[in-house]
Design a protein around this ligand. Structure first.
Ligand code: BDR
Ligand code: CA
Length: 316
């Protein structure tokens, strides 16, 4: 059984990833921590509570930081044109969801939970890396206690989606991303290199909606606005970014990976760009040299991944 803390900014594709984690039989979702990104921290936290309520999820929700790892860093507008003003496709999520929050801030929840289960917890992070960086900074010893960190973020061998250099989750807090990449723990980067290859069409979602009960019906409904946005790139379909990171947890054989330290540019027109120095690359010296080797996903068996996603989403 994989014990998981899910760090997320729901977020339409985050919602699919959450339902995948909740419904997969080999995953024990033990906590949800929220990040800002697809919407403000108030909105993404409200959305996490709403999904917890609607989907009857036992895992507690802990609210994440309202500011980036370096508070002075400039901010960017939230992508309401992709995820809706409410972050969940403008379906009319109630302003207040009557579900209690965990009293701890997200980074403290991560620290406490990792220390309570040494060597057992996988952190699956599909928003900005702010909470992970804050947890590491406050308690660096957790690096040796976390089983693995799997992130959706980055664009290593392909262009970004915020601009040609950077992917959104990394661009939103590059200092946090660099901090977690160079920490002495195992990071797996599931970025645009692979996530852009996994899509789900409106028709497929509607079919799943007929088989997966009320939770799948809600997922279908909240995804429509996001599909309208992605329709220009992938016909009548959505890109399944965040669920890919969750699939890696249970089916890593469907991914091709490359080892090597990863650094993140934090200044200039390329800020947020993720650059890997592949293991064995001889040139240097450089700031990559003393950083730990991390795994970057470079390819994916997209059909097999999507088959697993669809099977899991309709499990009841
Ligand atoms: C990532 O950015 C967010 O909009 C999505 O939820 C995903 O985590 C894709 O770049
Ligand atoms: Ca996300």
């Amino acid at each position: 059984m994989h014990k998981v803390i899910f760090d997320t900014d729901p977020g339409v594709d985050d919602a699919m990833a959450l339902l995948f984690l909740e419904r997969h039989p080999d995953i024990d979702l033990i906590g949800i921590t929220t990040a800002f990104g697809n919407a403000s921290i108030e909105t993404t936290t409200r959305n996490a509570l709403y999904l917890k309520q609607q989907w009857n999820i036992a895992a507690p929700v802990a609210k994440g930081s309202a500011e980036q790892f370096e508070p002075s860093r400039h901010t960017h507008p939230f992508p309401a044109h992709i995820h809706g003003d409410d972050g969940l496709g403008n379906i009319g999520v109630p302003d207040i969801v009557d579900v209690p929050l965990d009293p701890r801030p997200a980074h403290q929840f991560i620290i406490d939970t990792v220390k309570a289960h040494p060597g057992e917890i996988t952190l699956v992070a599909v928003g900005r890396m702010t909470n992970l960086a804050n947890a590491l900074k406050a308690a660096p010893e957790i690096a040796g206690l976390v089983k693995e960190v799997i992130i959706m973020g980055g664009a290593v061998d392909v262009p970004g989606n915020i601009n040609p250099a950077a992917e959104a989750n990394i661009h939103g807090d590059p200092e946090a991303a660099d901090y977690i990449m160079i920490a002495p723990w195992k990071v797996v980067v599931v970025g645009l290199d692979v996530t852009l290859k996994t899509t789900m069409s409106r028709t497929e979602l509607a079919e799943l909606s007929g088989k997966g009960g009320a939770p799948m019906k809600l997922l279908d409904r909240l995804s429509q606005f996001y599909i309208d946005f992605y329709d220009g790139e992938v016909k009548d379909s959505m890109v399944v970014h965040d669920t890919c990171a969750c699939v890696y947890l249970v089916a890593r054989e469907l991914f091709t990976t490359r080892g090597g330290p990863v650094r993140v540019l934090t200044t200039g027109i390329g800020e947020g760009k993720t650059i890997q120095k592949p293991d064995g690359h001889r040139f240097g010296p450089s700031v990559w040299d003393n950083a730990p080797s991390q795994l970057v996903c470079t390819d994916i068996e997209a059909d097999a991944v999507m088959t697993l996603v669809k099977e899991t989403l309709v499990r009841q």
